[in-house]
Ligand binder design. Structure first.
Ligand code: IMP
Length: 216
């Protein structure tokens, strides 16, 4: 697997499947795709099964999800695999970010676990840093794919602050900002032009994708 050379980039038009069953990510992707006139349907709405995420990297898992949805529907499919990488926890929860929420997707508990593990290791406040990663893949039914990655670095705060966004947003304060992602509106979290420059990991990956594959 690998990203194609820019010269062979393929453009996305018409209808696209958003290969996610995560309502938080679906909402963000629809928001991001909004201005490009692409009609987005979700894997959840189409009743597609969720493939096992067996990859060892974010990009691999995104590709597994995108190719499975493209094959099942005959449409181009768009998938994101993402997570939070806590530096003092050797990169955990990382690929397992969703799984730390457990079957009930309890991210208050997952954030409490991050804090507990940092406490157990005696990590001082200034070393409580992390980054979010988003790998975005568009796959076409013929097997072609395009890959884009975005990251955002920041500090972990406790107690978590704010009720916006999803997942680990309330405990993540991006560098250069006072407020956590949980305290920001979707527009602020993404920071997309013309409002600013891309801020969230997903928005950064999305801007690269939009430049290469979408037409305004
Ligand atoms: P997956 O990509 O579906 O495997 O899930 C990634 C998990 O990482 C999500 O369930 C969230 O817990 C976390 N995550 C990914 N992106 C974000 C974000 O933008 N804010 C907060 N948590 C996120």
């Amino acid at each position: 697997m690998g990203a194609s050379e820019p010269s062979s980039r393929r453009r996305l038009t018409g209808k696209v499947v958003i290969a996610t069953h995560n309502p938080g990510k679906l909402k963000e992707m629809q928001h991001l795709l909004g201005p490009y006139g692409v009609e987005a349907v979700s894997a959840g709405e189409l009743g597609l099964a969720e493939p096992d995420e067996t990859g060892t990297m974010f990009a691999e898992n995104a590709a597994i999800k995108a190719h499975a949805a493209a094959r099942a529907t005959g449409l181009p499919a768009f998938a994101d695999d993402s997570g939070i990488v806590v530096h003092a926890l050797d990169g955990a929860p990382g690929l397992f970010s969703a799984r730390w929420g457990g079957p009930s997707k309890d991210f208050a508990a997952a954030m409490a676990r991050v804090k507990r593990e940092l406490d157990e290791r005696g990590v001082p406040a200034e070393q409580r840093t992390a980054h979010f990663v988003s790998a975005l893949v568009i796959a076409w039914p013929d097997g072609h794919e395009e890959l884009f990655e975005g990251r955002v670095h920041g500090a972990l705060v406790h107690p978590p602050r704010g009720a916006q966004g999803f997942g680990y947003d309330p405990m993540f304060r991006p560098d250069g900002h006072e407020r956590t992602f949980g305290e920001m509106s979707a527009d602020e979290k993404h920071g997309l032009p013309p409002l600013g420059s891309a801020l969230s990991h997903r928005a950064r990956a999305f801007v690269a994708l939009a430049d290469a594959c979408l037409k305004r």
